[in-house]
Design a binder for this molecule. Structure first.
Ligand code: TXA
Ligand code: MG
Length: 348
């Protein structure tokens, strides 16, 4: 398939381009598009045949439901009811990087919800995303625009790498500002439950529901009889081609341990190191890439998937990564990093 690739200026939006991409969605085609979290791979959420194409293009397991993206707060027709507490979250954090799970209405085909009675809905803050949804005239189902299992794309180049030739249209914009997928909150239960951590943190959500908690199955190893409430969280994910190992603990000891592993393997293994600005000069050997400063965890989040992907372009046999404190957005950073490492963690 020929994929049309068009780059749009997010600060000076050309409505003709938006309309063109919107028409592709209307006609049942697939469009990759920017959002503030990661790039999405969109189809008409209400068109079963169109949605099936997403699963095929990504190689996505059939039991993994899609998030439905909307351009405004009027979601009544898509859900059975909007609990009062969900309304409060929508008012405070929409548009933005948070998906809410509701009981679905019959308008949502079971292909979109992967057979579940619930649906995840998100109103993105990215203006190109919202204009695209408006132009399509329908809610857009969109998983991250990567081949299943790979790190999510945070720029147009990564979408092109994964999906060129497989979909009708790639609408490119700026690099995603958040860089990690949306927080997912199950609003069908009391108290609310976080199914996937993201930039809207548990600390922020506790201002609305002081009892909200994180599904305990998502920060632990899937091998331990793991059944997360978000089906997608059980799959191996975010993985570069080479295995990743996380070194976790005191920073000085972490640096020493990484250097020790690099030196032990010298001559037989090429090693990549995921470092930070504070430590990057402390590794004399190995291919070192920094995620940014530890004092700017939002930068670390924004760069994480790009750095994981960039190791596919350098020849390494093993990637060693520093760890981050699990507070604020650090919870989401460590969730993605642990999954990319298949929970292979060395404590120091
Ligand atoms: O930030 C995001 O959410 C991005 C952008 C494109 O909006 N989308 C995204 O979609 O991350 P995806 O498909 O890569 O991840 C969706 C996650 C999966 O883990 C899936 O299992 C879960 O959301 N999910 C979707 N609908 C659900 C539902 N009804 N109940 C539980 N989990 C659900
Ligand atoms: Mg994904």
């Amino acid at each position: 398939m020929d994929t049309k690739i068009v780059i749009i200026d997010e600060n000076n939006i050309n409505q003709n381009i938006i309309n063109q991409a919107g028409t592709v969605i209307k006609q049942g085609g697939l469009v990759a598009f920017p959002t503030e979290t990661v790039y999405g791979l969109g189809a008409n959420a209400l068109d079963k045949i169109a949605v099936e194409k997403i699963f095929k293009a990504k190689g996505r397991p059939q039991d993994n439901p899609l998030i439905v993206h909307v351009a405004d707060l009027n979601i009544e027709s898509l859900v059975k009811e909007i609990p009062f507490i969900a309304k409060k979250i929508m008012k405070k954090y929409w548009p933005g990087p948070i998906t809410l799970i509701f009981d679905k209405s019959d308008l949502i085909p079971s292909t979109t919800s992967a057979g579940l009675d619930t649906v995840g809905i998100r109103m993105p803050s990215n203006i190109v995303a919202r204009k695209l949804i408006e132009a399509a005239g329908t809610p857009i189902a969109a998983p991250s625009a990567n081949i299943s299992g790979r790190p999510s794309p945070t720029d147009v180049e990564s979408c092109i790498e994964d999906l060129s030739g497989k979909i009708e249209y790639i609408l490119g914009g700026d690099k995603s500002t958040v860089g990690l997928e949306s927080t997912i909150v199950d609003c069908t239960c009391t108290p609310l439950c976080i199914l996937r951590p993201g930039a809207i943190t548990i600390e922020m959500l506790r201002e609305i529901d002081e009892h909200i908690y994180i599904d305990k199955n998502i920060m632990s190893n899937p091998k331990n009889d793991f059944k997360p409430k978000a089906p997608g969280m059980k799959y191996r994910h975010y993985a570069p081609k080479s295995p990743v190992k996380i070194i976790c603990g005191n920073l000085e000891k972490t640096v020493a341990k990484i250097n020790e592993i690099v030196q032990t393997n010298m001559g037989n293994k090429k090693i990549g190191i995921i470092a930070t600005d504070e430590t990057k000069n402390k590794y004399p050997y190995g291919t070192v890439i920094s995620l940014g400063s530890r004092n700017k965890p939002n930068d670390v989040a924004r760069n994480l998937f790009e750095v994981l992907r960039s190791f596919d372009d350098v020849d390494v046999d093993l990637i060693l990564s520093e760890a981050f404190e699990e507070k604020g957005i650090g919870v989401a950073i460590m969730n993605r990093l642990k999954k990319s490492a298949g929970f292979d963690i060395i404590k120091v």
